[in-house]
Design a protein around this ligand. Sequence first.
Ligand code: PMP
Length: 394
Amino acid sequence: MEFNTDIFLNNIAQTTDSPYLITIERAEGIYLYAPDGKRYTDLISGIGVSNIGHRHPKVVKAIKEQVDKHLHVMVYGEFIQSAPNLLAKKITSLLPPHLDCCYFVNSGTEANEGALKLAKRYTRRTEIVSFRKSYHGSTHGSMSVSGNEVKKQAFRPLLPDVKFIDFNVAHDLEKITYATACVIVETIQGDAGVRVPSQGYMKALRKRCDETGALLIFDEIQCGMGRTGKLFAFEHFGIAPDILTIAKAFGGGLPIGSFISSKKIMQSLTHDPMLGHITTFGGNPVCCASALATLEVIEEENLLEQVEAKGKLFEELLKHPHIKEVRRIGLMFAIDFDSADRVNQIVMNAKELGIITYWFLSHPYSFRIAPPLTITEQEIKESCATILKAIENA
Ligand code: PMP
């Protein structure tokens, strides 16, 4: 099938030399269905969105109920029982006490934009420290702090005063100074190919930020919402950020993100200058209702408790001489091979066999697996048998 880029340009497969085009008509749980009835197992959760599976009945019901009440309205100081209010109450109840104030936005990239602006206003500093191979989004600010130099090249000049350091390399932390407004970091680097930092490193990062007064921003847009077996990945490290950004799986399939911080820090954006960030649709009630239902599903179905065992099962079953390395935390995997060509072939083979895996933006030697947390033991076994076939034929 030909893909008509004249009329629709969203989300074209990253590698144009191996097009990955599937028409999907319907989705349910971990499965996607093409118009001809072909079934695909979604092992990437729509790149980190459907952590509780596609069209979870509780989420669909909450969306329908909100649609029947009202869609977007613009009333300040709005109703105590409004969807954004209930969502803010819920999400802050699941976070450390100092993360008690949310700003709802429309995407991950916007959550990071808000977080960066907030840090600059609060600290009155301008320098931002980020990490090589990181990904924080595609608008100018979030792209400026993303570590993929090749992809940024066409858009220079970008935001000035951004410094890049190596992830999980302790001596580089000295480059965070008293001039640094903030450090933005993916708690687990996702598109660098699932890089899990050490406990010691994360504690040292927190300490260096405390020493210098730089705010620490954790981008959990990909690794949050239960993906690693904790609701938020920073819980693995016994530290917390000054600002947290979330999106993707937060909305359970609808577009919503948030930057979350303390009231004290957040006030710098509302008081000086007045309305330091404006967004018409941020906190859209339908998206908030969907996000609230998503958080309730994670709790009610005890999904977090099952993540580690399911992750281990994948790891045990995915053994093949062509696999060089498996990096994993919870149900977030990078499977490494000896060449990008082999990875391309495996991803394409898997697709033909009805399994959706995918590439990483900044690590061509791996493919990703990040299935819905609701995947069953039987589905894991079936998926792994198919993936091994895809590897064998590559
Ligand atoms: N940060 C991270 C870690 C991400 O993985 C992504 C999306 N891949 C973003 C930010 C940007 O999110 P969005 O696509 O919703 O703008």
